[in-house]
Structure formats: structure tokens, C-alpha cells
Design a protein around this ligand. Structure first.
Ligand code: 5GP
Length: 181
């Protein structure tokens, strides 16, 4: 029985990145997939650690080669999960986590229905707006795109097997770690 694949999703700004960092400490046996993206690195991000930062042409080549398990456009950039590292870790029985947005999660549900789907929700919609506006790493236009998308993503929480509310990140990380086993 291969190790379970867990997909963590939730609106931009809800704190998925922070939660995944906490989870790495709580559950170091879990392998976290590194996505490819055409977005530019934010300060402090390193190629191969947070993301593989690729050009649009490289991203399209991965699609042509069917090298992505799922992919989606988000706020003007492309994001995708390289397929073979995920399959390799699952085959080696390593619990595997994808941190992706809603469209990608829906694609994984179609191709790998046995995966476990976890939605990270904000304590309130107002709190999400506050967090997204306060981040300071995005232009006003990018913030607007992320806010619009956040509303759509929030409405999809009921599609997921589990909803974890990110009131305090260490509590939320503990709940996700328990789900991962
Ligand atoms: P950010 O630019 O803030 O790092 O990520 C933007 C959104 O893209 C987040 O919701 C994040 O979960 C999502 N994302 C990151 N990697 C992937 C991926 O490989 N596939 C998909 N579909 N979404 C991703």
C-alpha cells in the first residue's frame, strides 16, 4: 500500500507557506513537493527550495512532455507539480504533500482520487483580506488578482475532505501533521 498523498490547498494569504514550514519541523518524514513556477522569486526565495523558477518556455515544454501532475495559472503566473518526484516518493512509501491552489487540487482529485484533500481556511474572510493587503511583496494589481481569486477559493472549502482553520499556525500545523499520520 503506497504512502498517502496529501493535497493542501486554500486561498492565497491564508498562510499555507508558513504552515508548510512549521510542518517540516513537526513531521520531517513528510516530503514536500517543489513546484515549478514562472513567477519571479520573492526576496529570500531560492531556486530549487521554495520553487523551481522557470521561464514560460521551460514551463510549456514541461506541459508538452506531460511532466506535470497538474498545473494552473494563478494571478498571471503558471504553477505546476513535477510528476516524477511525486510518484517516486509515493512508490518509496514516503508521505507526500502538495501545497497547491484550487484548480490544481481539482486536477489531482481527478487523476489520483485516493489522495487526501485538506483545505486551510482563514479564521474569517476579513482576516484574509487583512493578511493579503499587509504582505507588501505584491503590486496593487497582483493583490487585487489574489483577492478576487481568494473569494472563489473560499467558496470551494466544502469540496475538501478536511477543513483546518488557521487561527494559530502551530495548532493548524499540528492538525495537518495528525492527518498526514
Ligand atoms: P505564491 O505565488 O504565493 O507562492 O503561490 C500562489 C498560489 O499558487 C498559491 O495558492 C499556491 O498554493 C499555488 N501553487 C504553488 N505551487 C503550485 C503548483 O504546483 N500547482 C498549483 N496548481 N498551484 C500551486
Amino acid at each position: 500500500m503506497p504512502a498517502r498523498l496529501t493535497v493542501l490547498s486554500g486561498p492565497s494569504g491564508v498562510g499555507k507557506g508558513t504552515l508548510v514550514r512549521a510542518l517540516r519541523e513537526l513531521a520531517p518524514h513528510v516530503w514536500v513537493s517543489v513546484s515549478a513556477t514562472t513567477r519571479h522569486p520573492r526576496p529570500g526565495e531560492r531556486d530549487g527550495r521554495e520553487y523551481r523558477f522557470v521561464s514560460r518556455a521551460e514551463f510549456e515544454q514541461m506541459i508538452v512532455e506531460d511532466a506535470l501532475l497538474e498545473h494552473a495559472e494563478f494571478a498571471g503566473n503558471h504553477y505546476g507539480t513535477p510528476r516524477s518526484p511525486v510518484l517516486k516518493h509515493l512508490a518509496a512509501d514516503v508521505p507526500t504533500l502538495l501545497e497547491i491552489e484550487l484548480e490544481g487540487a481539482r486536477q489531482v482529485r481527478r487523476s489520483m482520487p485516493d489522495a487526501r484533500f485538506v483545505f486551510l481556511a482563514p479564521p474569517s474572510p476579513e482576516e484574509l483580506v487583512h493578511r493579503l493587503s499587509g504582505r507588501g511583496t505584491e503590486s496593487a494589481e497582483a493583490q487585487r488578482a489574489r483577492l478576487a481569486r481568494a473569494e472563489i477559493e473560499l467558496a470551494a472549502a466544502s469540496e475538501f475532505d478536511h477543513v483546518v482553520v488557521n487561527e494559530r499556525v502551530d495548532d493548524a500545523a499540528r492538525q495537518v501533521a495528525e492527518l498526514l499520520g
